[in-house]
Design a protein around this ligand. Sequence first.
Ligand code: NZQ
Ligand code: ZN
Length: 388
Amino acid sequence: MIYDFTYCNPTTIYFGKKSMSHLTEELQRYGANILLVYGKNSIKKTGIYDQICAILRETGKKVTELAGINSNPRYTQVLEGGRLVRENHIDLILAVGGGSVIDCSKAIAASAYYEGDPWQHYWMEQGPIENKVVPVASVLTMTGTASEMNTGSVITNEEKKLKVGRVFPFPDLCPKFSILNPEFTYTVPKTQMVSGIADIFSHLMEQYFSGDDDCTSDYLLEGVMLSLINASRKALVNPEDYEARSNIMWCATMGLNKILALSKTQDWEVHMIEHQLGAYTDCPHGIGLAVISPAYYRYICRHGLHKFVRFAKNVWHVDDTGKSEEQTALEGIQALEDFFRELGIPATLRELGATEEMLPLIAHSTIPGGGYYPMQEEDILHVLHECW
Ligand code: NZQ
Ligand code: ZN
């Protein structure tokens, strides 16, 4: 622990089977005008929409709806939401869904009253907040991103073929409260469930694979990885295993609410590559991460060998007796890849719809960075070919 930090996360979390019972008291803190934001049709199928509408009616709210938010939310939807906020004098944006719906809601909250081009200011220039921000709250139905307890907002600009993440400053864009009922995730299709698990795993690794100091955060990260592996295997066998689904849900929230990154340098290059893969293929975020990760880690592991050996031994219980450090590190990465196969995640970018012609375009538009090794365009292209 060698870097100074300040930590404050103001999101109130209501977790568990009865967590929805807190919605009434929370809604009473805000004005009458609510923008209800949700995805395509899952909340109507599951009945969550009816439950929430009943509570909104009982609390006397005037509801405006923004439905149909895409997985990998679009900038055009952010602009549409902004228009609804201004026209209806919205007091609270209630996001009901997964990361896409919550990210889009934060983007609307930040952009609605920005006088200028929000895409340019907030995503391209990563500029400061200079305008009124509308409060956001969430009811989470799909777990993975931790958007329910962070200020991340990843938006796809289809016209520009860019998927860009913005981490807004805490606390303005932190959801005011988030309702997390693990039972709501039972109906998430298997592909989305494993995508969420891979996303969580990737968040943990992006924070873990950097730095040389003895950092409490690294021990915490290993603990959450172990819990995630254990719970995922159980949820795979029985998707309605409450204990497993609740552990996965909490691993996700803890995985990216900043607490595991305190006093640490971080990587995030796998996410940078995936965001551009997503801009070209629209693949599920976590699935893209799972395909890229083993190839990326094999490429960089010799530059941070001590940490990859630690990962192999502490997370995957690789026996290093009589093995070189590189051999042990590679066995750890293989165990990670095997875990993704066990979840049923494809092994190649081809299976996600990427063509060979896309690879240089993806590499060229990816923001270069990295933890143990500074990646350049040619390194990124090499990694993409390795998993194509
Ligand atoms: O649209 P509906 O019909 O609601 O269906 C959704 C969607 O198709 C479905 N779903 C959600 N809850 C369900 C359900 N289906 C059945 N039952 C339920 N209870 O699941 C599908 C995927 O939802 P989505 O919100 O897109 O998934 P996820 O939570 O993985 O979010 C992905 C987005 O978050 C961004 C990603 O880049 C991507 O755009 N990220 C956000 C981050 C952040 N805020 O910090 C960090 C992440 O690294 C990530 O980049
Ligand atoms: Zn992610």
